[in-house]
Design a protein around this ligand. Sequence first.
Ligand SMILES: C[S@@+](CC[C@H](N)C(=O)[O-])C[C@H]1O[C@@H](n2cnc3c(N)ncnc32)[C@H](O)[C@@H]1O
Length: 482
Amino acid sequence: MDTLPIFLSVRGRQVLVDGGGPQAARRAERALSAGAEVTVFAPEPGDDLLRLAEGASLGLRIERRVPVEADLEGCLLVYAMSEDAARNALLAGWSQAHGALCTVADAPDLSDFASPSIVDRSPIVVAISTGGAAPVIARILRAKIETMLSPLYGRLAAFVGGYRERIARAIPDTRARRHFWERMIDGPAGDLFAAGDAEGAALRIEADLARSTVQQAPQQGEVYLVGAGPGDPDLLTFRALRLMQRADVVLYDRLIGDEILSLVRRDAQRIYVGKLPKEHTMEQGDISSLLVKLAKQGNRVLRLKGGDPFIFGRGGEEIELLAEHGVPFKVVPGITAAAGCGAYAGIPLTHRDHAQSCLFVTAHGRDGMLDLDWETVIRKGQTVAVYMGLGNLPALVEGFARHGVSLKTDIAVIEKGTTPDQRVLTGTLEDIVAKVEAEGFESPSMIIIGSVVRLRTRLAIGKRAVEEEPHGLSLSPTAEAG
Ligand SMILES: C[S@@+](CC[C@H](N)C(=O)[O-])C[C@H]1O[C@@H](n2cnc3c(N)ncnc32)[C@H](O)[C@@H]1O
């Protein structure tokens, strides 16, 4: 972050705007709506400014002249919006001398702050900035947020804001208080308010408040076992996001990237329990026990896992222990690596003419040895998606050959699938080991075996297609290695 986002209180403070054009009028209007005392300097005020002067009540003064240094006395903010660059620069210098913060039109280097795009649902205000890099993106985002953020939220915030002090007094424990607020807003009281029944919502809050003051004993927490998908944060489900925002503590794996982790509630405690192949940071049993312990302390515990928690994710073992200890839990499926990697590499896992089934297997058997039911693996008309297979790739290829599968069979290896670092290598069983070694592929890598791999070339999905059509079938910037 290059700048510090803050919401500044300007009520009753002096704001100077220099310029008579529409930009100056917009800045003046915004400062006025936040309660500032605004003086606009404009020898020739434009239509927007004149209209503003007609509509605005107290707080706005228009001076039909250019400002002089003495006008900066007592100013908190200065908007240099005139069309005269030299005048704007002069104003920026005066502002510095008088300790006022200044912003200069089209001159970020001279500016102390930038005016963000905003969505106003007062008292809720969303501000968006691209640091001046791409104001159009800020406008597009604003339009999206405008449609997502119903005006109801502003009214709801004002309504529940009235209970703030009472709730703080009634529930002194910070975590219990936050849970109460969440239950209130995301639950029946919020629903009643949304349905236009403010009175019913108020009664509900009173009842909940009375109950929570009686039951001050710590409540039982719960565990959210959430699949975060293979890497691209865009592949998270809405439900995953909602629970990520609700957690008090998060236990996460090596496969969870920083981008996804940054979507977890900011002040949630983060515990890394990741594992590298053949290296365990925390034993599985210890992770499951920690989940139980944290939930019993009253926490909402987020167990964030790569891909889907129930596909080679040991999610089953974790919920077994939770159930044994009577800890409530929710499981949220995620996009598994085979599906994500296939889609982003442009390899359909099934296809009428190539494969009528797809088998998910792990090449990481007990003690790290291959432990496959070969009769099932080598079936015709089937794609085989191999998880945790990179280390055992030579043994895998040897196994296929030993069971009579042609060495000309197509195979793809996808490293860091769906992320900006995705690499895709295609070849045959005969040459894939040498290619993988030459390119230095690392974990996590997904192996896909079967003639569907060939469709990648036929559908012309590769580096060229991706570069020309970033929003096409293969969304990620694939670096071709094979
Ligand atoms: C312990 S398994 C977890 C699988 C996960 N539960 C799922 O549903 O995708 C880890 C293996 O998944 C595969 N994998 C996970 N994410 C991947 C990615 N982004 N790109 C390629 N392979 C990935 C790799 O084979 C890796 O060794």
